[in-house]
Design a protein around this ligand. Structure first.
Ligand code: GLY
Length: 577
């Protein structure tokens, strides 16, 4: 088991009973018992997710005897129902796992794959121009979904409960409906035209083809039936047989290129996480096809060379921005699906390379990105992804980040299936070195190819010290990684999850060469000082991110969970204190 006794507490108990051998023995035995209990796991379980109904559903599974992995199945499925704008059975995601019984840590990669008929120029016209919207809306925009396979993998290989039991709360939510919230209205408003264009989508997610009122119930009968069938027959129900046939027919009728073979051949991958040691903190994060872990670790390793504790507040902020700038630079050039391209992970994380990058930081001046050499930039997409964190009383952990890309994905539902399709194909670089609709330019490593997974920024992460174990992650497109970085630095400063989720957010991603910050992300004097150092600043028109985090304080044997105040999520403990 990864979790070990806390030697400090042992010393304290022994030292408190001198001079009496009998009392000493009893105290020693009691102490060992207490330590054994503490070593077994935290004093309670914790869930933090982006929707109160999903958190509640996860608690139900824990109360029914499920472990964190069963609860992850429940929460993922429930989020697929109640946040159709963020993730779904028509999408995919990453689940970073820690199994307490043997300390095993892996990432279950349920990322979508390009259909077998996809090819490099799929979204370009005969003049090599990007076909407007083709990778963003409608059936052609959808990759082969990985969520159902991911849930099956979690339940079969890590869970305790039959998958049907873990899916039951989501089936209920789909059939009984959930009320429209302000968040729902914001997301549906963003994609209103796309939702209105497709009658099945409008029937399910709008009210009389208009934005539904606050409180309006969203009922998804077909999705409930599908989840129930997956519960009874396993994920094969989704990928093979009559249901798969219906999906493929619907996709092809909508202009897509899926085949039955694509669905039948979809498999999840188990991938070794990216791990580093940063100032005594073990950081465990998402490997490719996510860019998250590599960029996060690069930034932390660069920062390891800086005296963050000994410098003033503004210089620290400037150095963190410069580390972001450098870490994001490599992303677009080298990162892609590791099953297709050789990702030079060792080279990108080599201590000498990162020490060299740290040396290029001038504490008194912003480095123009152009000075670091030319490389493609990044988009700001994927705002609508979702994240949850779970820990159970055995100490099992899940950091799950799931997505269908833009709000409501491709805005297309093959009729009668209940499957709202993703538009994750837009996470490929559609045309190398040419900005797409979101300003993205990328390179060969992430170009479109048959059966390939698009590069992601999702960064489910664990942070571990002797005393504290944290789980965190967030949606937010390319800003995901910088948000997790700021969260990890806040953990390093000794704060708990209530603080990580609130951290004021600023971001640099190499190109565009600007520091983006949310409203109130930088106060006036910070803006002034950063400008003086040569940074160009750009305030976003909205607060971004929706971080959900859990922490077990092993020293004091306490558990904490926190939901991002920017969103509508809910953090809960079991038992409820
Ligand atoms: N679709 C958002 C991401 O994977 O980064």
């Amino acid at each position: 088991m990864f979790v070990t006794m806390d030697p400090a507490r042992g010393q304290e108990a022994v030292g408190g009973t001198p001079g009496n051998r009998c009392c000493w023995l009893i105290a020693a035995i009691l102490c060992q018992l207490a330590l054994a209990c503490a070593a077994d796991g935290p004093p309670g379980a914790a869930i933090a997710s982006a929707h109160p109904l999903a958190t509640r559903a996860g608690l139900e599974t824990l109360q029914n005897g499920g472990n964190a992995f069963d609860a992850a199945v429940t929460v993922s499925a429930a989020l697929a129902v109640v946040e159709p704008y963020s993730s779904g059975i028509g999408g995919g995601g990453f689940w970073l796992l820690h199994r307490a019984s043997d300390g095993r840590q892996i990432m279950v990669d349920g990322r979508e794959k390009a259909p077998g008929a996809a090819y490099r120029r799929l979204y370009l016209d005969e003049h090599d121009n990007v076909r407007e919207g083709a990778s963003l809306e409608g059936a052609l925009a959808a990759g082969i979904p990985g969520l159902a396979a991911g849930l099956g993998h979690l339940a079969t290989n890590f869970g305790r409960l039959p998958i049907g039991k873990s899916l039951a709360p989501a089936v209920r939510l789909a059939r009984e409906g959930f009320p429209v919230t302000q968040g729902y209205r914001d997301m549906a408003g963003w994609r209103l035209k796309a939702l209105q264009k497709h009658p099945e989508t409008a029937r399910l997610y709008l009210a009389n083809n208009a934005l539904p009122e606050f409180g309006h119930p969203i009922i998804q009968e077909d999705l409930g039936n599908l989840l129930e069938q997956i519960g009874m027959n396993g994920p094969g129900y989704f990928y093979q047989g009559q249901f798969a046939q219906r999906l493929v027919e619907g996709v092809r009728a909508g202009g897509g290129i899926w085949s039955l073979e694509d669905l039948r051949n979809y498999v999840v991958a188990e991938r070794a996480p990216i791990v580093t040691e940063y100032r005594g903190i073990r950081v465990v994060s998402a490997p490719p096809p996510s860019s998250g872990g590599i960029v996060l670790v690069q930034a932390l390793e660069i920062l390891e060379h800086e005296d963050l504790a000994g410098i003033d507040h503004i210089t620290r902020m400037h150095i963190v921005i410069e580390a972001m700038r450098r870490a994001y630079r490599d992303r677009a050039v080298y990162l892609g699906d590791p099953d297709f391209v050789e990702v030079p992970t060792d080279r990108l994380l080599a201590p000498d390379y990162l020490a060299g990058l740290a040396l290029t930081i001038d504490p008194k001046r912003a480095t123009p990105s152009a000075e670091l050499g030319d490389t493609p930039g990044l988009s700001l997409r994927g705002e609508s992804t979702t994240h949850f964190s779970i820990m159970d009383t055995d100490g099992n952990r899940v950091a799950g980040t799931l997505s269908i890309n833009l709000p409501f994905g491709a805005a297309f539902v093959p009729p009668g299936t209940g499957v709202l399709l993703n538009d994750e194909m837009d996470d490929f670089s559609i045309k190398p070195n040419t900005p797409n609709a979101y300003g993205l330019v990328g390179d060969h490593a992430n170009s479109v190819a048959a059966n390939k997974r698009p590069l992601s920024s999702m960064t489910p992460t664990f942070v571990e010290t002797e005393d504290r174990i944290g789980i965190l992650g967030t949606p937010g497109g390319s800003r995901i990684i910088s948000m997790v970085l700021l969260g990890v630095l806040d953990f390093g400063d000794g704060h708990g999850p209530e603080s990580w989720v609130k951290v004021r957010r600023y971001h640099h991603q190499y190109l565009p060469d600007e520091v983006q910050f949310e409203p109130h992300g930088l106060v006036a004097y910070e803006q002034e000082e950063l400008r003086r150092l040569g940074h160009t600043l750009k305030q976003t028109s909205y607060s971004y991110g929706d971080m959900h985090a859990v922490m077990w304080d092993r020293k004091n044997n306490q558990i904490f969970a926190a939901a991002d105040p920017r969103g509508e999520g809910k953090a809960a403990l079991l038992p409820d204190p």
